[in-house]
Design a binder for this molecule. Structure first.
Ligand SMILES: NC(=O)c1ccc[n+]([C@@H]2O[C@H](COP(=O)([O-])OP(=O)(O)OC[C@H]3O[C@@H](n4cnc5c(N)ncnc54)[C@H](OP(=O)(O)O)[C@@H]3O)[C@@H](O)[C@H]2O)c1
Length: 298
């Protein structure tokens, strides 16, 4: 699948999202692997600025970790619809289009928050949404635009769409980290979900670029984990005095603007390409909780 493999050529990555969480981590991984990289200085909605970056940098691959995610959270997109479209739809398509003109693979960090459990993919069934399934969650404007752009990007044979979900990293001080977020909430729902352990999966995305893989990929660790299971690990490994309170989806709806997606993605395509990929619970322990362990676990 994808473009011809790059062989032993010297890589030069152009990365968008310098100031962002995923973009920042990508730069660090490139440094640790000795891969030459440059952060893009253009803005996604400004085609000329992106064309200049491509001309000046002459990359072998482009990574798009730029996007509007909303602050403090995706509810921001509900009241900033044009800004959301400008970057997440127009901007992403513009970058994909320019990369295609230059014959460059674009690794695009997208989202898996475009699905919700339904009759054929019920909670607890272990039947996850596959890459070819049509998005069924458009409850938030953020997800709606991400689903639209994914559909359009399917027509670009140079794009590798990575469906990231509820990203987690070993940096438990980062307020964007899903674990950090839910451990600070007053009340939290308890629903099993597919999630992405960035420490394990971002290096895999770099390997995907080297292999010139394209198309859509569920970019999560196999399996699901619930909020309570994560918080119990947090209590066991990090803070034994930690306690939390649950509430249900109806109560949650009162403290957020737009509904959130809950789903299981089928990660078997990624697991087939990368057999060493750990299940979500193994990866959580290996990459996050054990390295941060503060207490002996019984
Ligand atoms: N974090 C999550 O929960 C999550 C989950 C699933 C998928 N994703 C997706 O993964 C991607 C990266 O997420 P992240 O968490 O790393 O996001 P982030 O921390 O919010 O960073 C977003 C980055 O995008 C840049 N950016 C925004 N608008 C831009 C524009 N018009 N032109 C150029 N750069 C622009 C920002 O730069 P400035 O500060 O200069 O604007 C920033 O560097 C996003 O597309 C997001 O939708 C994230």
């Amino acid at each position: 699948m994808g473009f011809p493999a790059s062989g032993d050529q010297k890589y030069k990555f152009l990365i968008y999202g310098k100031t962002g969480w995923i973009g920042g981590l990508l730069g660090k991984i490139c440094e640790s692997q000795g891969i030459e990289y440059v952060y893009g200085s253009g803005r996604l909605e400004d085609r000329n600025s992106l064309a200049s970056d491509l001309e000046n940098v002459k990359p072998t691959h482009v990574f798009n970790a730029a996007g509007v995610t909303g602050r403090p959270n995706v509810d921001w997109c509900e009241s900033h619809k044009v800004e959301t479209i400008r970057t997440n739809v127009v901007g992403t398509l513009t970058l994909a289009d320019l990369c295609r003109d230059k014959g460059l693979v674009l690794i695009n960090y997208a989202t898996g928050c475009i699905f919700e459990y339904d009759d054929k993919h019920t909670l607890g069934s272990g039947i996850g949404f596959k890459e070819e399934d049509t998005p069924n969650f458009i409850g938030s404007f953020y997800s709606k635009t991400k689903a639209m752009v994914e559909e359009l990007l399917k027509n670009y044979e140079n794009v590798c769409t990575l469906r990231v979900r509820m990203p987690i990293s070993s940096d438990l001080n980062n307020p964007r980290n899903f674990i950090t977020k839910i451990s600070r909430y007053d009340k939290v729902v308890d629903i099993p979900n597919s999630m992405t352990i960035l420490d394990e999966l971002l290096p895999i995305s770099i390997e995907m670029a080297k292999r010139n893989l394209t198309g859509i990929w569920n970019f999560t660790n196999p399996g699901v984990v619930s909020h309570n299971e994560i918080l119990q690990m947090y209590k066991d490994y990090i803070n034994p005095s930690y306690t939390w309170k649950n509430f249900n989806l109806e109560e949650q709806a009162k403290v957020i603007v737009a509904p959130r997606s809950n789903n299981e993605l089928d990660a078997s395509k990624l697991k087939t390409e990368f057999p060493e990929l750990m299940s979500i619970k193994e990866s959580l322990l290996h990459y996050v909780f054990k390295p941060n362990q503060k207490t002996p676990v019984a």
